[in-house]
Write a protein that binds this ligand. Sequence first.
Ligand SMILES: [Zn+2]
Length: 249
Amino acid sequence: MQPEFVDFHCHLDLYPDLETAIAKCDALRVATLAVTTTPKAFARNQQLARQSEFVRVALGLHPQLVAERAMELDLFSRLLPETRYVGEVGLDAGPRHYRSFETQKHVFRTILTLCAQAGDKVLSVHSVRAAKHVLDLIEECLPKGRGKVVLHWFTGSAAEVRRGLELGCLFSVNERMLSSPNGRKILQEIPNTRLLTETDGPFVERSGNAITPGDVLPTLEAIAKVKDLAVEAVQHQVISNLSNMLRTL
Ligand SMILES: [Zn+2]
């Protein structure tokens, strides 16, 4: 069955009930990438999503957790053959995580190298205050044709967006990102064919409550407004971008 929507970055396992969250994505026909934050979390997600038509589970090692979890890199490499999807991975140079930045670079470089060796992975990548370093490492370690990168909630400059495009990246955008002028400016730099939608739930909130998995309609509406397109046109474009990405890899 064809999906109706795409939520390419959602932490389903951080909602109160993972099974309910998966069922919701299936009921709404949302092609969902369930990102995880540590390799230890992967097995339970994969187990519960096994029967799901629309949920795919990504193996992750979140840059904000690298300081305590870098030793799970071994587990990461053992689990990698079990999935085509990797995330959340990347770099975070925000003030709270800057101390682990060198370790983060080591971990991210290793993950990109493992993915390049495998040759068929799709990665959801975090790049808070570290767009340049993320792009440098992608360029260095993951040659085009050896994997696909989706830059999640990108906040780099217009020049860095263009560099990401040259490296073959797609961009997944969310409601909170598009509520800021800078987020909308970034969106204008991204061609329609390189766009995906995400919720980044439960971290993104709407009127004080966590956004629900797959609830990307406000994001589609925000894209439609910026791009001067009909909401349905954006919705179809995003679905075809996802299937093209998976087909051409
Ligand atoms: Zn996230």
